[in-house]
Design a protein around this ligand. Structure first.
Ligand code: PMP
Length: 460
């Protein structure tokens, strides 16, 4: 029987697992590992719960991949997608044509980011694209401003800015870089403010100052008139949910202003409520010049990315009457009609249900539920987070804070055990990461916390 037809009829999942091993490669894992340990096949979802092919259900502790913020199977989103499909699925955004949903969504995004003075949107297909767009257009901005030598990018250690060669070159996590070198020149990393792991201090204010000074020194070292932009996540996600001290982002804004450097907030994870504020940078009281958005924008129903530019950046285009201002960048699917229609429905839910407020409340409950693991488990060094972004840091030695050896697979064993107790959590090297849908209920939060408590009891 053809696999596609069989899959739709709920066949034995061994058939699909065998076909998966034979035909498909997956991101971020050695193909051989998945042959030995096939992926869980998720077949259905409602709200913060997903079901595998056999009908076993799990609380989704990861929102797919930090993205399904409004929850699975939302009727409003499905209806919006179907309605748009019935009109037109796709037409070109190039060459003088467009479709209605992208116009409405660009207006909505600019209205939502008036506190940040945002003025224009350029759409793409996801977070890596949104970052690539920000890199290229920040260079173009400096050309328009008559400073074409401003080409350098500075980012943070432990940063994750996606998988395109530009984003990988700014990533501060060695494992994403090593296999793909040589990377883009002119990209430099400075220390990130990580209170649990830094060689300097336990005082958040002091750490913020040290790390903001490190950025200033790097800009001075490179030559301020050669630096295009500083990129950072308001809370570092893939690097291990590294929540900076309150004072870090305001100091970074001052440093960027001092040298004229553009401040780009990579809000791919933190956008639309996940950190407890509508945007992560807003949570720190800071206005970036450029914002990269994806994930929660369309809650993963259809891929979509967006890069927002503030009035300062846009003014360079407004003042330009030459070919230098032509935006020779974009994708076939820029402003895809179905994706934009899905996003409009998602953003209505985010606002109507106050999902930022919900993320703050449910995140606090989840953190409270997990914090006791720091005392009860010998391998939990630190449980931290903000809103519904939480990490459990696994250590070999609590005193020295030395991380576990990721090769021993403890994080995977813990995730498997949590799954057996009804919750999907994400093992990432020496950490477990939690990022459930923002619509999660109190009972579902408690299922995750209890599943993890059990997991640490049985798997360590
Ligand atoms: N930036 C950040 C901060 C991210 O977390 C991610 C994805 N996790 C990306 C960019 C890349 O997004 P995508 O995988 O949609 O390309």
């Amino acid at each position: 029987k053809p696999i596609a037809a069989a899959a739709l009829e709920r066949v034995d999942d061994n058939l699909l697992k065998a076909a998966n091993a034979k035909y498909q490669w997956h991101p971020m894992v050695h193909p051989k590992r998945l042959e030995q340990d096939p992926p869980l096949i998720i077949a259905r979802g409602r709200g913060a719960v997903v079901e595998d092919l056999d009908g076993k259900s799990y609380v989704d502790g990861v929102a797919g991949l930090w993205c399904v913020n409004v929850g699975h199977g939302r009727k409003e989103v499905i209806d919006a997608i179907q309605a748009q499909l019935a009109q037109i699925a796709y037409f070109s955004p190039f060459d003088g044509t467009t479709t209605p949903p992208s116009i409405l969504l660009s207006q909505k995004l600019i209205e939502m980011t008036q506190p940040e003075d945002m003025a224009r949107v350029l759409f793409s297909n996801g977070g890596s694209d949104a970052v690539e767009t920000a890199m290229k257009l920040s260079r173009q901005y400096w050309r328009l401003k008559g400073q074409p030598q401003r080409v350098k990018f500075i980012s943070l250690m432990n940063a994750y800015h996606g998988t395109h060669i530009g984003g990988v070159s700014m990533n501060g996590i060695p494992s994403f870089r090593a296999n793909y070198e040589p990377l883009l020149p002119n990209c430099y990393q400075v220390e990130c403010p990580w209170i649990y792991r830094n060689p300097w201090t336990n005082d958040p204010k002091e750490l913020a100052r040290i790390c903001a000074d490190a950025l200033a020194r790097e800009i001075e070292f490179q030559g301020p008139d050669t630096v295009a932009a500083f990129f950072a996540e308001p809370i570092q996600g893939a690097g291990g949910v590294i929540v900076p001290p309150e004072t870090y982002w305001p100091l970074v804004r001052e440093v960027c202003d001092r040298y004229g450097v553009l401040l780009v907030a990579d809000e791919v994870v933190t956008g639309f409520g996940r950190s407890g504020a509508m945007f992560g940078s807003r949570g720190w009281g800071v206005k970036p010049d450029i914002m990269c958005l994806a994930k929660g924008l369309s809650s993963g129903y259809v891929p979509l990315g967006a890069t927002l530019f503030n009035k300062r950046v846009v003014s360079a285009w407004d003042d330009d009457a030459t070919f230098t201002g032509a935006i020779m960048h974009g994708y076939t699917y820029t402003g895809h009609a179905v994706a934009c229609a899905a996003a409009l429905a998602c953003l209505e839910i985010v606002e109507r249900e106050d999902l930022p407020g919900r993320a703050a409340a449910m995140g606090a409950r989840l953190l409270d539920g997990l914090k006791p693991l720091e005392q009860s488990s010998a391998v939990v060094g630190n449980v931290r987070g903000k809103g519904l972004m939480i990490a459990i840091d696994l250590v070999a030695d609590k005193e020295t804070r030395e991380p576990i050896d990721p090769g021993e697979g403890l994080a995977y064993r813990l995730a498997d055990a949590a799954r057996a107790h009804g919750a999907i959590v994400r093992p990432v090297g020496t950490k477990l990461i939690l990022s459930p849908p923002l619509v999660i209920s109190e009972e579902q939060v408690d299922v995750i916390a209890n599943a993890l408590k059990e997991a640490f009891r049985v798997a360590v």
